[in-house]
Design a protein around this ligand. Structure first.
Ligand SMILES: [Fe+2]
Length: 300
């Protein structure tokens, strides 16, 4: 089974701005550029977890899902192939670029690219935050964070992401204007969420979690100092109890910066339904009203 959200990749004409945005605001660490000019960011001792490639338009490129080892990866590939998923094994140069031992990839029903790998490069004590931080990012056995996709149909998405890929439902938030399902693959309340937007597909946001609330507070101060409007103000989610803000990035994808989400125990977890996303806060800013959240396009 998939164990973690291991890494993500985007493309953008403004990829270069991530060299400042990643370290100075988020606290991530710039790592080697490689040959392709992409900006790569580490958030822990794993080689890198976020890549922003040069590109003509803002694009979601791939989500990388980590499996425990070689045996699990091969068994998983066979399993999803038996459900009719067309899986491709990657050549060595792509494995080298992603810094993994082996890699297979496939597309979801709407063309979102997912990669499966094991053996990602890591170096103990190599992470140094890009700005002053009191703690670290919450990663380890909870993986990078979570990613939220917008899909045209939750029912169809469920048949793929749940029935075939094995994501386990944590809970749902259903309001007058939104229908979102949250899925776990490890202790993190959700590594994946799917939000329904008929006729559209794309990525809404990537979440990174700080161990220490002061590092979230400092991000808010830095945004104020730079006169950068927060997309959604500080607030606390009903389901994972995350205290967080939502901010824009140089390349369309929103970033949720959070702290204090609960950890799920799969043996005793029971999925609930909530009728609002937040207990308090998470107010939309003027900027959020005029900017489309994430990188979402009409299908077809
Ligand atoms: Fe989120």
């Amino acid at each position: 089974m998939i164990q973690e959200l291991s890494y993500v990749g985007f493309a953008s004409p403004r990829f270069d701005e991530w060299r400042g945005y990643g370290p100075n605001l988020l606290g991530a660490m710039l790592t080697g550029d490689g040959q392709d000019g992409a900006v790569r960011l580490a958030v822990d001792d794993v080689g890198y977890r976020i890549a922003v490639h040069p590109g003509d338009i803002d694009e979601f490129r791939y989500a990388g899902w980590g499996l425990a080892n070689e045996t699990d990866l091969h068994a998983y590939v066979e399993h999803i192939r038996s459900h009719g998923v067309e899986v491709h094994w990657a050549a060595e140069n792509l494995c080298r670029e992603r810094e993994v031992a082996e890699l297979a990839w496939f597309l979801d029903p709407w063309g979102l690219r997912h990669e499966l790998s094991w053996g990602k490069t890591a170096e103990p004590n190599s992470f140094q935050p890009g700005r002053v931080m009191r703690g670290r990012f919450v990663t380890g056995d909870q993986g990078l964070g979570h990613i939220v996709f917008q899909v045209p149909s939750l029912q169809e998405a469920g048949r793929f992401y749940v029935d075939v890929l094995g994501f386990r439902l944590s809970d749902r938030i259903i309001t007058d204007y939104a229908d979102v399902r949250f899925y776990h693959i490890n202790g993190r309340h959700h590594s994946l969420a799917l939000s329904e937007l008929p006729g559209h597909v794309g990525v809404n946001h990537l979440m990174l979690e700080y161990e220490n609330i002061d590092d979230l507070g400092r991000a808010i101060d830095l945004l104020k100092r730079n006169n950068t409007e927060i997309m959604q103000t500080l607030g606390r989610h009903t389901n994972d109890l995350m205290t967080s803000i939502y901010i824009n990035s140089p390349s369309g994808v929103q970033i949720e910066l959070g702290h204090g989400a609960l950890v799920v125990d799969d043996l005793s977890w029971v999925a609930r339904t909530y009728d609002k996303p937040s207990y308090w806060g998470h107010r939309y800013s003027e900027a959020a009203m005029t900017t489309k959240p994430g990188i979402i396009s009409p299908i077809g």
